[in-house]
Design a protein around this ligand. Sequence first.
Ligand code: GLA
Ligand code: ZN
Length: 686
Amino acid sequence: MKKLPFFLHGGDYNPDQWRHVPGIVDEDFRLFPLAGVNSLSVGIFSWTALEPEEGRYEFGWLDDIMDRAAARGMAIVLATPSGAKPNWMAAKYPEVRRVTGDGVHEPLRELQCRRHNHCLTSPVYRENVRRIDEALAARYGSHPALALWHVSNEFNGECHCELCLAAFRDWLRAKYGSLEALNHAWWTGFWSHAYTDWSQIEAIDYSVDGLVLDWKRFVSEQTSSFIRNEAEALRRHAPDIPVTTNLMGFFDGLDYACIAREIDIVSWDNYPQYHERPGETETLPAFIGLTHDYMRSLKPGRPFLMMESSPGPVNWYHHNRLLRPGQHRLKSLQAVAHGSDSVQYFQIRKGRGGSEKFHGAVIDHVGHENTRMFREVAQVGRDMEALAPVFGSVVRPKVAIVFDRESDWALKASQGPLEALKGGYADAVAAHYLPFWKRGIAVDVVDGDAPLDGYSLVIAPMLFMLRDGFAGRVEKFVAAGGTFVASYLTGVVGPTGLCFTGGFPGPLRKLLGVWAEETDYLYDDERNAIECASGNPLGLSGSFETSLVCEVVHAEGGAEVAATYGRDFYAGDPALTVRRSGKGEAWYLATRADAAFLDSFHGALARRLALPRALAADLPEGVSAHVREGAGGERFVFVLNFASARREVRLDLGSTYRDLLSGGSTLEGSLALPPFGVAVLQKNPA
Ligand code: GLA
Ligand code: ZN
């Protein structure tokens, strides 16, 4: 597999939209070096420019871009155009158009409009996609500028046509073998839903939660197989060029673990609203950090790419505020700090029309380089050059937080648990992530299928659905000395949404040493408290607030009670427990404790487990620190200031640091960061 040549700095570039404007491409190539742009993502929505009529190709404009890029040593990210199908195709082959459905009403075929609107199954669409992909791959597969294939764009959505439905029924037949097994797995005796023929199965029926879950799995797998069809066409002509598709962070329509299996490099599109709330210095940047870590962990131990971000305001938030000076650089280098080998943008040149004509771009409508955002982009371009030694280095966390998309779907499909919890799974995970982010401790984000060896600490907040084998893997992990933390609403259902019998948290009950007998969902404005038990093993003290969910649990099997509820009829009952097993231990937190509690709790665990930190000293409020490790053992420490005030950061005693962004000067003792400032320091350079 060909490696990427360097840190990619560039982004979506649409010269095909400007073909009627003479001189524009010359001007763009004059501006690229001024902005430090070394990479262009082309062809993402260019199907009609490449194939204006069926079978008639126009590659001239793309040849020109590829050749100009090669002559300047730039890297091209070449997209397949399947994210937006041409009008001629939609008119000639109606089956390529998506059919909408809610599982309740007769499905309806969509008109040709917008994008991301093709049937995932249609053989006609797949064949047309394969044809254009093969044409691109045959023509450019060995072009010196080609660095990466970009398959389609931001896959999302589903189709309810007869072809998709038939494929779903085949998928179910392959999965369950018989209707008897399916009826059993879906508990279809409920409301008389037993299926007696495969053709009776509709796409979704909210009353059969196993069906809802399997439909979502099917949509992910059908999307994967759509990607595979494209990747095969590309790899046939260009076996050495890596393949990616741009993901969307915590988007909940697809299981990204399933998608990641089809691609060589993970990439995603990052649009944080750092400008929205000027006082926001921790929760939001930590959430974006978590999202980077989640995306990186889809292929652990390797860099990922930030395929898109906006140089300026986007056009699709309710309120599109300007980035404050310095925030563009901060947001860009935050991605690199978490392991991205690129800073890429949507988009390079702002279009004059279409629904994104007001979206941020490197080159604004004014057309020249004398804009604030162009200068900020150029600064990032210089930074990326100065950071060349960091390219290819990796992040090696000792902590894993479980975020499991299937579990999210299983919780959302279940009627009963509090609605506020259903929409808030990523936020619940983020609450456990924040204490590590504040301490400069690296975290991977894994799902219930991931191997756990190599981690010291594994945290599973609200892991409602347990995959087969997960409990066994956690038992082994703890026996070998690992520390496991689970929280309320964990181990409630199995993979088809059926509740575990024999006491929650189901297969984890024995290891955790708790039985969650009842669950009390609080009103939004209600609070309970947890009181730390004296002499608890982490030395926690005091009382903390807790909200939304309080499980009434029993400690058993030798579990120790580390904190109890402060109020209500279950006052004095366990709220936090720990049970030792083998060389490790397993903690259970029965309620949604506040940020102060999570900070004390995870802080104490981090100290006890001596989890590695980017910097030994505590970080000031709003500052995060991250390490990327080079192949030769180099340690690159990124220090990011999300506060709009100056911050002083203490460096490790006895170490020297080379400041890579300011000409390689040497630092010792401390580092001063301006508002929204960033430093990248190589620790004890040889
Ligand atoms: C997404 C898409 C781009 C563009 C941007 C705008 O990430 O991939 O084509 O629409 O959003 O923010
Ligand atoms: Zn379809």
